[in-house]
Ligand binder design. Structure first.
Ligand code: FAD
Ligand code: NAG
Ligand code: NAG
Ligand code: NAG
Ligand code: NAG
Ligand code: NAG
Ligand code: NAG
Ligand code: NAG
Length: 539
């Protein structure tokens, strides 16, 4: 049923909007943009791309990160804007608003359901890939950086490393993820238990608002600055850059991996992991992946543990000998290295001395597998029989897995209402994951079905009322509902799952800064309906 709705949702636009109309949209938009910016005709052709532009397809595809949205029937934007300077972004907002066109903002393009470059209505893509300047200043209050939103996480890590091996930044582990979506949506990586979320280290930002003005923290005010730390950027404006504070890490850190099959007591390991990983030393992050595998022609389950310890190998081995004997961690399972090398190791480079940090700068344009992700939060440990049932079902679901990410540590040192991200007191987060390589609707039906099955069978064991989700693990399924055209009621469905009690404040901020709902997507923060605005409590 969901699938049918989704197919309708994405298919609706394709036929309804032909290339003749898109040529008209381009003409109107280019006229307005030229008037606003006084751009030369020559420069315009590199900044505002029509569907007939030679670079249109290359630019569109460069940051498609999910092959599901790289088909001939995927709805395409009428125009792509590739701004080179701030004033181009301002003009894009002013002109899209004037022409009543939906503007999708794209930084790294990693949105799991493609919301930054796909839409069921006529739309434009604002592609921020030229906005990638990064300035690192180690002398500013313990170290800080201004980073433009079209930069990747890998570029940010690399620019910090160029200046210091003991400074770092707590953010996601995939180097091609864009700063724009990642930071505005919360952001976490393998130091979440030590330093919290990425947004906990954001101290300033510049944004183009719905009136085309450029604002910073001071001029946007604390409400909007609060909203763009976890509430998602796409609802509030175009974030041009964030100022972040760096953190200090030891010169030597330790990584290790332990893989177990069901015969090697994977079940006991995962069961005990739930008690140890969220409670142990905040410097230790242990992620577990449970996934189906075919071994010796039979379907079974593997558990793979991957960990970072902000300290040396001896210390973590002796600590876990006491806390987690089921793991059986030995010194020879551990590797000591620098923090930047731990990122390369996490990218699956086993011998980190053989690879250079420069690979963090690679953007890997125009390559992607087919994927679907969903998320959940666990508040109470599952029992062994419950886990055993999960393992049995998971074994039958090809290419499907659950990634368990421990919370705890210092994550709850920040109050749940201090940023828009609310899930700070959970035990651990699950990412339901399926990744495949064969094209076509049959494969899609099968594999998306698999991940919906794990989501369904986990229902009794995860958070309820609402069942929480992580915004950056975008999941269009959780917004499907029967509220028709009531955009506030529709928004409340996914809004409460992503933001809990912070949803109400997000709606108030949204209504105040963008009352016409210009910045919107399929899961953006709704405005209050006009008849309810008079009763709106002050911000
Ligand atoms: C392979 C992979 C690995 C990942 N690993 C992690 C991880 O370790 N930790 C984690 O927390 N998340 C992770 N994620 C999720 C990732 O954080 C989100 O998908 C994030 O939103 C991606 O940001 P982006 O700029 O690349 O995406 P985009 O698709 O460009 O944008 C995502 C959303 O943000 C909006 N947006 C983007 N830029 C701006 C801007 N400048 N101003 C306003 N709105 C903007 C878009 O409109 C869209 O709604 C991963 C995703 C993938 C695909
Ligand atoms: C041209 O730009 C000016 C200045 O920004 C603006 O006032 C005017 O409305 C614009 N005209 C058109 C036709 O867009
Ligand atoms: C990036 O920095 C360079 C050098 O200061 C500047 O010329 C350029 O305009 C900046 N780019 C953007 C998109 O701000
Ligand atoms: C695979 O199965 C065969 C026959 O059942 C058995 O002899 C063999 O030991 C198995 N191999 C592994 C690696 O389990
Ligand atoms: C998109 O499809 C084209 C072929 O149609 C392929 O060359 C390209 O690599 C694909 N890109 C992604 C991101 O899947
Ligand atoms: C899963 O994969 C195995 C081995 O690759 C295959 O035999 C089986 O048919 C697959 N099951 C489904 C439902 O696709
Ligand atoms: C944070 O969580 C830890 C357990 O991980 C707990 O001991 C502590 O009391 C919590 N602190 C707050 C402020 O909730
Ligand atoms: C956050 O919650 C605390 C108490 O729960 C309250 O005192 C504080 O005013 C709230 N902060 C904001 C910004 O709403």
């Amino acid at each position: 049923m969901y699938l049918i709705l989704l197919l309708l949702f994405f298919a609706a636009s394709h036929s309804s909007f032909g290339s003749a109309d898109s040529a008209n949209v381009y003409e109107d938009f280019a006229r307005c943009f030229t008037n606003e910016t006084s751009i030369s005709h020559k420069e315009l052709s590199g900044v505002v791309l029509s569907r007939s532009s030679v670079s249109f397809t290359t630019v569109l595809r460069a940051y498609i990160r999910n092959a599901r949205f790289n088909t001939s029937s995927t709805p395409k934007p009428s125009v792509i804007i590739v701004p080179r300077v701030d004033s181009h972004v301002q003009a894009a907002v002013i002109c899209a608003k004037k022409l009543n066109l939906q503007l999708k903002i794209r930084s790294g393009g990693h949105d799991y359901d493609g919301l930054s470059y796909v839409s069921a209505v006529t739309f434009l893509v604002l592609d921020l890939s030229n906005f990638r300047n990064i300035t690192v200043d180690l002398n500013d209050d313990g170290g800080s950086a201004w980073v433009q939103t079209g930069a990747t996480l890998g570029e940010l890590f690399y620019r910090i490393w160029e200046k210091s091996e003991v400074h770092a930044f707590p953010a996601g582990l995939c180097p091609t993820v864009g700063v724009g979506g990642h930071v505005s949506g919360g952001g976490y990586g393998h130091m979440i238990r030590k330093f919290g979320l990425t947004i906990d280290h954001v101290v300033d930002a510049t944004i183009v608002d719905a009136n085309g003005r450029i604002l910073n923290r001071k001029t946007m005010g604390e409400d909007l600055f609060w909203a763009i730390r976890g509430g998602g950027g796409g609802s509030f404006g175009v974030v041009l850059g964030f100022k972040v504070k760096l953190v200090e890490v030891p010169k030597t850190v330790t990584v290790f991996r332990v893989d177990k099959s069901v015969d090697q007591n994977a079940l006991d390991m995962v069961h005990k992991w739930q008690f140890v990983a969220p409670r142990t030393d905040p410097g230790l992050f242990m992620r577990v992946l449970i996934s189906s595998v075919t071994r010796n022609k039979t379907q079974t389950v593997n558990a793979k543990l991957r960990a970072l310890f902000l300290g040396n190998a001896n210390d973590v081995v002796s600590m876990l000998a006491k806390e987690f004997p089921e793991l059986g961690l030995r010194k020879e399972d551990c590797k000591e290295m620098t923090w930047i090398q731990s990122l390369l190791w996490w990218m699956n480079h086993v011998d980190v001395d053989k690879v250079k940090p420069e690979i963090l700068l690679e953007r890997e344009p125009d390559s992607a597998k087919f994927l679907k992700r969903k998320s959940d939060y666990v508040e109470k440990e599952m029992t062994k029989p419950e886990l055993n049932r999960l393992f049995k079902i998971l074994a039958t679901l090809n290419r499907t897995g659950l990634v368990l990410n421990p919370y705890g540590g210092n994550l709850n040192a920040t109050a749940t209402n201090e940023t828009a991200f609310p899930h700070r007191h959970k035990l651990y987060k699950i990412q339901h994951s399926v990744t495949w390589t064969d094209a076509g609707p049959e494969a899609e039906r099968l594999y998306i079905g698999n991940v919906r099955t794990t989501y369904r069978i986990m229902t009794p064991f995860v958070s309820k009322n609402p069942r929480s989700s992580y915004l950056n693990y975008r999941d269009i399924d959780i917004g499907v509902n029967d509220h028709g055209t009531d955009s506030y009621r529709k928004g409340e469905i996914y809004g409460r799952k992503y933001f809990g009690e912070n949803f109400d404040r997000l709606v108030r901020v949204k209504t105040a800064v963008d009352p016409d709902n210009f910045f919107r997507n399929e899961q953006s923060i709704p405005t209050l309906p006009p008849k309810r605005r008079s009763t709106m409590s002050p911000l």
